[in-house]
Design a protein around this ligand. Structure first.
Ligand SMILES: [Zn+2]
Length: 121
């Protein structure tokens, strides 16, 4: 993998990491104010608050998973394994990495994986 490209992707990943952390922090604030406002509401509102908390949990989960992927990609850069498919070891095309800097599978393996998921569902 081209050194300059890897550096570019590292910068992109670091920016992405910062963004995710910032969004997690702001959601955390929303979450806190939501929780503190719950005590003063009547029973009718509890259900919708509950749903909102569930929704935020899901959003946080997605962000946490993305953060994990970004961290994994950064450690792969350090280990000089960045840009290689985890499954078959093929080079992941630069265009794909530009679109998803934390991609770990080549398009072939990725679409194979999604096909399997769909089947098992
Ligand atoms: Zn592959």
């Amino acid at each position: 993998m081209d050194q300059q490209f890897t550096q570019e992707m590292e910068q992109l990943l670091l920016n992405l990491r910062k963004e995710i952390l910032e969004s997690l922090a702001s959601e955390d604030e929303d979450f806190k104010s939501l929780v503190s406002s719950m005590g003063i509401k009547d029973d009718g509102d509890v259900a919708s608050d509950d749903m909102m908390i569930k929704k935020m949990e899901v959003l946080n989960q997605i962000a946490a998973n993305r953060l994990k992927s970004v961290d994994a990609a950064l450690s792969r850069i350090k280990n000089h394994k960045y840009g290689m498919c985890l499954q078959c070891g093929a080079k992941i095309p630069e265009e794909r990495l530009r679109a998803i800097p934390y991609a770990v599978l080549c398009i072939k393996c990725k679409s194979g994986q999604e096909g399997q998921k769909r089947k098992s569902w």
